[in-house]
Ligand binder design. Sequence first.
Ligand code: 4AD
Ligand code: MG
Length: 431
Amino acid sequence: MKRICIDELQHHVGETVTLRGWLYNKRSSGKIRFLVMRDGTGLVQGVLAKGAVADDVFSRFDDLTQESSFSLTGAVRQEKRAPGGFELDVTDLQVIHIAHDYPITPKEHGIEFLMDRRHLWLRSSRQHAILRIRHEVIKAIRDFFDGRGFTLLDAPIFTPAACEGTSTLFETNYFDLGKAYLTQSGQLYGEAGAMALGKVYVFGPTFRAEKSKTRRHLTEFWMVEPEVAFNDLDDNMDLAEEFLEHIVQTVLKNRAAELKTLERDTTKLETVRRPFPRISYDQAVEILHANGLPFEWGNDLGGTDETVVSGQFDRPVMVHRYPSEVKAFYMKRDPENPKVALAVDVLAPEGYGEIIGGSQREDDFDTLLARIKEHGLPQEAFEWYLDLRRFGSVPHAGFGLGIERTVSWICGLEHLREAIPFPRMIYRLTP
Ligand code: 4AD
Ligand code: MG
């Protein structure tokens, strides 16, 4: 018997096939029994008519409970009204395993109940849609860079020092070498890669001991970080907008069904086309003041500030030249105004806030060393990084895109926790 997956049914109309999966739901109507099987690739309806199938097959239908696993054999028929568009006239049903009291039922459950059962919750159609969109986002990212001459550079996760400031480091004991820290960003290694290979991207998990319990913060999240030798801030912004346009338009094209499952208003994504508006931090402050917010020049933009600024635009907005005081040690200052850094944050629309943070890097040895000291960072741990300014230093720039924030925005989620299979937050380490 031919064993296929549900998403292959279209090629087997009229044939008898075997499918394996789990029970999504079932119902009876007179002498007919209906069941819906899911196998991870889709849903299919099976139909059993009393008399037409053997009695033991018919009684096995009665044993099936939600999420029991089984195989189903039957002839494939197109049926527009059935979930998935196909029906199977069942001739055989074999039970693989009976599930007892599956805890997630079609009724409403609270978020903590579902989060505690995240390993099972992943079986629901809403979670399928989100995971597939996450997959598509990651694939679009890889295709984008791979198609433009970038080399993937894997950065280490155990690191000897901070990249994004010392306040959010997770530390661990590292044999006789003392403390190691979980990476906050692979950027510094990406810079070494850019000096070696020209254009690279680092892509991996990053860790922040964020005390914030907001809907935008995880303690473990995935970040992709391109780094390009000879790029300046404007080149960096050009790359960021082309990149984001590519991700969003690819998801719209390839994941329309999933976006529909999530009831996402896709008109809000269709506008994500180049060019994106570019405003300076100073202009952002003017917008905040015009909206009656008592914002003081020199502060970082908070969640509410980002929502107000991005609310002025129908596509992501790039805010550049932040006060250097609120930004990382490695950012180059604007030669025309040393109070600001050649930084850029990209704010997503609809209140999703910062999804990209990036900058042109300080490429002068003496200035960088002075910054390391000013920030109270251990020079010894940064000697290798300073070498990049000792040996053929060049202007260069890059940025980091947070995967979960991007998925959350594209899917229209309320909270980042659904954008990653097993979220880590300050109050959640399980499952
Ligand atoms: O702005 P961040 O801190 O920038 C960096 O780490 C740079 N080293 C990147 C670079 O230039 N190569 O973080 C970049 C992005 C943010 O814009 C956000 O999307 C995401 O990472 N991010 C988080 N996502 C989830 N939870 C958190 N706690 C996050 N912190 C940052
Ligand atoms: Mg940032």
